[in-house]
Ligand binder design. Sequence first.
Ligand code: XMP
Length: 511
Amino acid sequence: MEKILILDFGGQYNQLIARRVREQNVYCELHPHDMPLEDIRRFDPIGIIFTGGPHSVYLPDSPKPDPGVYSLGVPILGICYGCQLLAYALGGSVTAADDASAREYGKTETVFDPSCALFRGLPAEGVTWMSHGDYMARVPDGFRLAAHSASCPTAAICDEIRKFYGVQFHPEVRHTAYGREMLHNFLYAVCGARGDWTMADFRRRSIEELRSRVGNGRVLLALSGGVDSSVLAALLSEAIGDQLTCVFVDHGLLRKNEADEVEAAFAGRTLDFRRIEAGSRFLERLRGVTEPEEKRHIIGGEFIRVFEEEAAKIGAVDYLAQGTIYPDVIESGLGESAVIKSHHNVGGLPDNMDFKGIIEPLRLLFKDEVRRLGRELGLPKSLVSRQPFPGPGLAIRVIGEVTEEKLSILREADAVFRDEMAKAGLDQSASQYFAVLTNLRSVGVMGDGRSYDYAVALRSVQTSDFMTADFTRLPWELLDRVSVRIVNEVKGVNRVLYDITSKPPATVEYE
Ligand code: XMP
């Protein structure tokens, strides 16, 4: 398989570069900038990308790759800091832009030289996304200028003999017009990629690897019904069939019909699927509890207990499978602390469970790739494209004490909201949306009588990373329909509110 190596110099868009490369069907991995030359050789990349970063290349302790990287005969694309690094290492000069006009941040009109392989076939002018305080004062021997902007004569450089390219701007960011095409040119025209990274191949390779690793052993998977663990269950099921046991703990805090949907998605497969009905014991433990952190703590602890009980019943399990995905690996230090993080992924399972090993077949995939793999494995769209759902479930969407009655009101209201969002075709464009049962009760008039019922809050947000979020500008007509339906169809609710707070200062969930 052809591979691109991305060396990480600490820039904020590094994950994005990796995703943009994979989107073009070329496999890539992000590695620390000081990856030893021997490891780079073994990785055998068809091309190398240097990312951006917050440093200045001329400072003594700024991050640098092994200088042998320039003699491997492998094409290199340097982005921003990576571009300056390339210039500096090969004999050019880079200095701080004393004159403020030479610093560039944000959208910048840029002129390209279409004879450079990076810009071939593209318009000669376009907007690029710049973010740099240093600039290349002199380009190294063998290089020529390939793009400029009003304030920066060295917006791109290239040495087409050695196949070294540098861009001062960020082609991976959507604000750069034709950034996708520039990366495509680097991958296909410069590095000679054929585009052999497909989910069909990944599926085939993973299944072979899993079979050879697991042999006749038994694998246990804690299945939450979320995208990652569901896709993993389908992959493992195809690889090792009935040597897999999936434990799905229904903690009674799921949305309407959710547990049945998860079960139905796995019913036809030859795997040992165990649905553990644990709703009453979770509710029992939550009785009288109103403090959000205490709720979360109780649910996490109880989940571990139920899972351990089931694992003991199954006995003789060799491997624990976890749905760790690539962002978890990158965020936890490029693999160094992946195991700790992945324990967290399966609801904080204890470290002292006795397994021969941990299996994480999705650890090199991004979320959108996991979804594509899920489709490839024939999982229903409703499961593969589902929005995130928190581990503590509806318990953190019922404000105050959680009771069966309140859960039932919330399930119905949430189902109406989801139904109307789907009918309006907004279910895929909103990042996450749900109903919350507030603990506010207020006076209303229904028929000729007075009511004193709950207020339901609707929440819908737009976000790419869930670290920050903006509320969705939902159409009034839709909100009107949802409100009328909830008040009419759900007993116990007489008021519907729409949450127009962003994160920060609010969070996505209420507790
Ligand atoms: P907040 O409320 O922190 O939520 O803005 C951000 C994203 O994280 C999800 N979330 C959780 N997911 N276990 C999870 O697996 C949790 O305990 C949890 N709490 C929040 C939330 O749904 C949103 O997508």
